[in-house]
Ligand binder design. Sequence first.
Ligand code: GH3
Ligand code: MG
Ligand code: MG
Length: 634
Amino acid sequence: MVKKKEIFLFVIFILLGIFFIYIYGFIKNIKEDLYTKVESNKIEEISYLFKNIKNDIIIENKIEDTNDLVHLLSKTDNRVKYEKYLTFLSNPSIKYIYLLTKDDKGRFRFLLDGSKTDKAHFYQKFDVSSEKYNKAYISKMPQVIKQKDMGDLYLTYLYPIVIDGKTIAILSVDITTKVQHQIRKLIEPLETFFIILIIFIFLLVLMSIMQLFYYFITRKKIFTDPLTQLYNRNYLNEISPMLNLSHYSVAMLDLDKFKVINDTYGHKIGDYVLAKSAEIFKNSIRATDILIRYGGEEFLLFIYNRDDDSSQKVCQRIRKNINSFEFKSEGNDIKVNVSIGLHEKPSLEKNITEAIKIADKMLYIAKNEGRNRVISYDGKQKKKVITNTKGIDFVKEALENDKVVCYYQPIYNPDTKEIIKYEALVRIIDKDGQLIAPIFFLPEIKDTNMHYKITQRILSIVFDKFKDNDESVSINMNFSDLINSDIENTIVDTLQNNRNLACRITFEILESDEIDNITLFKEKIDLIHSLGATISIDDFGSGYSNFRTILDIEANYLKIDGSLIKYIDVNIKDFKVVESIIHFAKVANMKIIAEFVHSPSVYYKLLELDIDYVQGYYISEPTAILKTKDELFN
Ligand code: GH3
Ligand code: MG
Ligand code: MG
């Protein structure tokens, strides 16, 4: 999920930035306020000047208009007198003071200049630097010109001298003070400090934006499958802990006979069909559903529970959309189907892995029932689904008519390149001559007498087949088989008198929660050991595996469950779990077997882990006749 720390920091930086900009503005305002206050104080301070000047020059000389004034001041004596007077009135804050008037052409001219040196001549033209001169003249209102870019406060105050409603002259006073300089000295370091702080925060915000951006880019890469642009297994690992299964149904989708498409049209078109199928899946689901490329041409779908659109409907929609789509590539019209296994109530299971396993089982049934279909499980009818397929009578009939057979899958030693033994796998041949896999009949006859009967039959087939050859074989048994006295008798009777056979027999025992009586279990294991046969723990790592019990059993082999092997080449978590199981087995002095080795990449990944033995379709499928080592890997 989104990295909370990064987002938190990002928000904090933004808030700090806003806060500092606010403080900076606040300080700037204080500075402006202080300036304004200083200005008005200064102006007030010199307002006495204007009254005195008006009285002493204008009123006293009975000046009535501009001409009178020009006339008065054109006389050198008067000018010298009044300029001295202006100089005298000045105080330290007044830098310049002069009297101006406007000539006929509207140009400003000097009448008096209070400067001590470099005085302007009488009636010298004065170039105005601001419109305010005219404004003061016309509006008859005093004007202030703030001089910019000066170290100190520096302003020009324009005071119009008005007689009979007419402006006859303007008194211009330049005021300066050091106060502003002091204010600036005080406040400017603060301002600079905040500017630096704001720049620093801005850089931090920029950095965290870049970090977030980078995070989202890499995150997308890590969680996206490049071919289909769907989520990949990493995403499943990421969301698993947060996913509330009670809101979803889980479906497993697998393209039918996809290998044929690859074999017929080539891998490139195979890739196109995969990508296009992914697109069709995506268009058939809703925004709330989560679609993941689980591996190869298998997809995992979490369907959000909604009243208006059931998970069954969604699955059927996907199936129909794939079925009716014509994949066109390089002049080929390709038809593709999809089989879907659906678990409608995954929250009934212990965890996501278990729920996915059941969806996978349903998918397996969909494949076996002819593909291009949806098989669903709602938590209740699991048995029914399987019963409907093959029931107790089916097994009984098979036993009576000798239709129970064994297939043998080699278990291979990659170091010596030898077959170390075969696993005997039961099959039933049905009326149509089709081979039926145990998933379709064993769950139904579990805990019935029929189960013991079928185990007895398997034992007799296997003992018979292997008694006269040199090969080794493993036979699947569960706990209830093991404690059944008839089965025990068969094993003891056969193996006690045939040590040569006994040492080539391994019993593969499912380590399950049903082993409640560990002492009894251990007793039976010891019996098998005493006969010279060996013990293998089956499906280790799938459900209830308990390291302590395994150590107590003192098994010779440990077979890692296929669900952990299947995606070991792409799923780092599975890889780590298998790595630690192998480590554990080595310490406990057990040989380790990996089942479900279905591809070269899985095979080579296991070699990296220094696996003892491997078994799976990549090496060989189960066959009726024992394969030799030269017939493997094709
Ligand atoms: P079933 O109906 O039983 O599912 O048959 P299948 O042929 O689809 O199943 P199988 O698992 O035997 O074969 C799957 C094939 O998918 C084998 C593998 O080469 C191919 N495959 C897996 N990933 C990719 C891929 O990324 N691109 C291509 N072109 N093929 C892939
Ligand atoms: Mg397939
Ligand atoms: Mg497949």
